[in-house]
Structure formats: C-alpha cells, structure tokens
Write a protein that binds this ligand. Structure first.
Ligand SMILES: *Cc1c(COP(=O)(O)O)cnc(C)c1O
Length: 356
C-alpha cells in the first residue's frame, strides 16, 4: 500500500462519557479509518474520517452470505500518559488468516498497524486513564458487492472503529460459572472456527442464551464431532491447571488462536511452569475434579484478559473449582499481562508498541 492516509477531522467533537460509567461497545469516538477494495485498484484510498453511518446496497454480499471478518484489540494509557498497543501485529496477521479462509483479499499488515496507530493518535484523548479501562479497537472487513449470486464479493470495505471501555472487573476479579454445551457446537475441523468471522458468533447466540437460563455466564464448547473434547469458553480460549500442570486444547483447526492464549503460554514457559497444548476431554476434567487435582480453570481473551472459572455444569453434575475463587496462578497471569499492558511492569518480550 503506497497511498498516504487522507485525514478529514470532525468539525464537532462528541462529549466524553463518565469514565466510571463506560459500557462495552456502545459509544464510539469521533473518527474512523476506512479503505476500499476493487479488483482494478486493490486496497486503496485509506482515510481517516469523522465517525458516521455508512451506506450499502441492500444486495451487498455481507448481508446475505456473511462474508465478513473482524479483530479485537485495545489501546491502554500508562500512568505517565503514554498510550500502548499490545502485540498489534498479531491481530493484523490473524485478520489475513481469516481473510484467507473467507476468500477476502489480503491486507498489508504493517501498513494497517501504522494506520491503527495513526487513528489512535488522533483519538488519544479518548483513551481513558482510570484503572482497568482502555480504548477498544475493532477492525473489520465486509463484502460490499451488490450481487445475490453465491460467490465471493468483488469489492470490500475495511474499517476500524474505536470505543472507550470500562474496567472488565470493576469490583475485582470475579470467577464465573460455565455451562458445558453438549448439544450445539461452535466449530468443526475444516470449518471456520479458527477465524474471526461474523457467522461463528451469530451461530453461538442460542447456546449462550441457554447457558444464561442455567444461571451460567458462558458456554464451554466441546469438539464438533465427538462432543467429548474441550475447545473454548464463550469467545475465549480455555486453560486448566491439573496437578501442577497447565493444559490448554491444542490448536486443531477449529480453535481460535488467541493473542492472550499465546501470551499466557509464553509467560508460563518463562516461569518454568509446565504447560501443555493437547487434547483434553471433559471426562478428564471431571475425573481430575473428582480426584481433587483440578486446581484452577480460566478463559483468556482481550476483553477480560483472564477470566477465572469458579464452576462447571456438565450434564447433571456441577463442579466447583478452587472453592469458586480465583486461583493464585490466574491472578498472577492477570496481574502480569495487565501490568505489561499498562506499562507498570517490565515488558521482557517486547509486546507493547507505543502510539505517538
Ligand atoms: C477473539 C477470540 C478469542 C481470544 O483471542 P484474543 O486474541 O486473546 O483476544 C478466543 N476465542 C474466540 C472464539 C475468539 O473470537
């Protein structure tokens, strides 16, 4: 991409919200990033413009066949007022992985990391400073061609929108209860589970509603074939600590390769804590619980960083983990990753990128 980013600043700035009342994904900043794709010009006309609704033809491919991919990342403000991104190159690499599976033309990863830095620089005042808060960054791509034929769109739009988000744990880390889903599946090998494509999430809502009816916060997904092996928890990766060893499902084609998952694995290895990526069955989790060796369980993802699991409902049994409290390792991982993100502790892996 050689085009310079054209910038049109908003004439009127929106009022900022009370940082203690921020909710996720409802209030957006003053500007957004856009660029277009056509077969003739490739990705072109990158621009930062005032945040506004967009107009699409009702026949656009995205509305009918769901040709869309997205990413989720955050910008964090440090105590000394610097703004940091966390491993943004991983997100742009992953959007191309999703693109490849969804037959969307690849984007220039390095250019887009710079474009996101530029957008966040313009919106710097929107990065909240209260503990635990951040600026959520949502890049996404949609197929825009007005054509009802079942085939990939010829034209696309890439956009980045931003929203300030409040602390995920305003009252301190709170373990959640999880419903092990034995009927619906999220993904199968050969499908799209390893990508962030919109349809995966639409297909998960029904199970999520059922989990909530059971008094649970989230669903634990099992594999789509045998419904025996653990895959993910909600839209997070999942880890178990069993008898001193940390185990997470191996990336098998139906699991999303989380940036937080990768960071957790690197930290554990660095700390000399045994960590294994392998198949893990629900039966094994159940047996470990029965034997008293299931020490901790937690989900990982950009939104919560670490989400300790206090209980699992599987078929007719309810398992309580670590007396329903956040475990020591979960807390250490949470404190370390959020500490690096907020610039409060050393960043030995070079994970953060400053936005200037
Ligand atoms: C986004 C996502 C994750 C977590 O990925 P991070 O990069 O750690 O935020 C895990 N599972 C699913 C299904 C996801 O969509």
């Amino acid at each position: 991409m050689n085009d310079p980013i054209e910038i049109t600043l908003a004439k009127n700035k929106k009022p900022k919200r009370d940082p203690n009342q921020l909710t996720f994904g409802t209030y957006f900043t003053d500007h957004m990033f856009m660029m277009d794709y056509t077969p003739e010009n490739g990705w072109h006309q990158p621009r930062i413009v005032p945040y506004a609704p967009i107009t699409l033809d009702p026949a656009a491919v995205v509305f009918h066949y769901g040709q869309a991919v997205f990413e989720g990342m955050k910008a964090y403000r440090t105590k000394d007022d610097r703004v940091l991104l966390f491993r943004p190159e991983k997100n742009m690499k992953r959007i191309n992985l999703s693109n490849e599976r969804l037959s969307i033309p690849p984007v220039d990863e390095a250019f887009l990391v710079e474009a996101i830095k530029k957008l966040v620089t313009i919106e710097k005042d929107w990065v909240p400073k209260e503990p635990g808060t951040s600026l959520y960054i949502r890049p996404f791509i949609i197929g825009t061609e007005p054509y009802l034929g079942v085939h990939p769109s010829r034209t696309y739009m890439f956009m980045v929108i931003l929203c300030p988000v409040g602390a995920y744990y305003p009252e301190g880390i709170n373990p959640v209860k999880i419903y092990v889903e034995s009927k619906y599946v999220r993904a199968v090998n050969g499908g799209t589970g390893h990508t962030k494509t919109s349809g995966n999430y639409a297909a998960s809502f029904k199970a999520q509603e059922e989990a909530q009816r059971q008094g649970c916060a989230q669903v634990l997904w099992l594999d789509g074939v045998e419904k025996a092996y653990v895959e993910e928890v909600g839209s997070m990766n999942v880890f178990f600590k069993i008898n001193g060893e940390v185990v997470t499902p191996a990336l098998n084609g139906s699991i999303l390769a989380g940036v937080t998952r990768d960071s957790v694995i690197q930290l554990l290895k660095n700390w000399g804590i045994p960590v294994t990526e392998r198949k893990i069955s629900m039966e094994e989790v159940y047996q470990a619980h029965a034997a008293g060796t299931l020490e901790e369980a937690f989900g990982t993802g950009t939104a919560a960083v670490i989400s300790p699991i206090g209980g699992l409902i599987w078929k007719d049994t309810e398992m309580t983990i670590n007396e329903g409290k956040a475990g020591a390792l979960s807390m250490k991982l949470y404190d370390t990753i959020t500490g690096v993100q907020n610039g409060e502790i050393d960043d030995p892996f070079g994970w953060t990128v400053e936005v200037k």
